[in-house]
Design a protein around this ligand. Structure first.
Ligand code: PLP
Length: 296
């Protein structure tokens, strides 16, 4: 809806680099051009945004996807100042902020923005199930009737039975209890993954983005990017599916800021502790195979 209602085909939109591919594809499908802005451990580097003129910016400030940084308050203000300067909208995708482990919450952009330029997105995909296909938007008041009318034209509404069931969960407190329970369970799974990675790989890996969310990014310091396909295949043969970070970087060669070592996005929420342990063991075997092949 944001792509269709807020972007014309000759507009530019700002994306985090690396960032969420699905969002880039949806915005680009309208013919708009992505302007990639590099990401570091604190999320989008808003300094580099300063001179960029664009119609909107899509960001994941509470847990940058995929690198996992939590955007500090100063950058949030800088981003909002940019939006005001260029009369742009900021799409704040708060896709997994129910899961925070070692960090204090930072106010969302939409709570900071006195002006009317932030559209806040949430989803129940990470709390209940992605198969429900239910999410929500909080739009500035001047856009409410436009979005409501467009929703009706686009799909004549999200199924009511699921919405009513969800409303009952909210009203009875069942949703909050459920989120607290899965947060505890996911926190335990996260710890199992972090311990297993440390035990199997020690200092040979750098782990980013563990403070929140449902995944971490693991950089293998001594495995060059060029051996990524071989590692994916070696892991696949052992029954382990791995997901590299590399495709999430903007493809434009002149802007390439991708590290030259292998990085993997590792989600832990859908796996039980023993599967995580076993997966890391098999991955370590695949990595050893690759290393010995490179040395021989
Ligand atoms: C960055 C990001 N935003 C949003 C979503 C959720 O999308 P949906 O609500 O369409 O399931 C995901 C799911 O993986 C995601 O990674």
């Amino acid at each position: 809806m944001c792509a269709r209602l807020l972007l014309n085909s000759d507009d530019r939109f700002v994306m985090e680099d690396p960032g969420y591919l699905m969002a880039r594809h949806v915005f680009a499908a309208n013919g708009a051009a992505a302007v990639p802005i590099p990401v570091d451990v604190d999320g989008m580097d808003t300094e580099q945004l300063a001179k960029t003129e664009a119609r909107l910016a899509y960001v994941t400030p509470s847990h940058q996807f995929p690198l996992g940084g939590v955007m500090p308050i100063a950058r949030r203000h800088q981003l909002l100042a940019w939006a005001r300067k260029f009369d742009a909208y900021v799409i704040e995708d708060d896709y997994d902020s129910e899961y925070r482990y070692d960090t204090k919450p930072v106010p969302p952009l939409h709570a900071l923005a006195a002006s009317q330029d932030v559209i806040y997105l949430g989803t129940v995909s990470k709390t209940l199930s992605p198969t429900l296909r239910i999410g929500y938007l909080v739009v500035p008041s001047q856009l409410q009737s436009l979005f409501a009318a467009a929703k009706q034209i686009m799909d004549r509404h999200t199924p009511l039975i699921e919405q009513e069931a969800l409303a009952t969960m909210f009203e009875t407190g069942a949703y909050d209890r459920h989120v607290r329970r899965v947060r505890r369970r996911n926190g335990e799974r996260r710890q199992v993954l972090l311990d297993a990675l440390r035990r199997r790989f020690g200092d040979r890996v750098q782990i980013d983005g563990a403070a929140a969310g449902l995944h971490v990014v693991v950089w293998f310091r001594d495995l060059p990017q060029t051996s990524e396909a071989a590692l994916i295949e070696a892991a696949r043969v052992k029954g382990v599916g791995i997901y590299p970070v590399a495709p999430l970087f903007h493809p434009h060669p002149s802007r390439r800021q991708r590290p030259d070592v292998i990085g993997l996005v590792m989600g832990y929420a859908a796996l039980e502790a023993r599967q995580i342990e076993r997966g890391c063991q098999l991955l370590a075997q695949a990595v050893d195979q690759l290393r010995s092949r490179r040395l021989s």
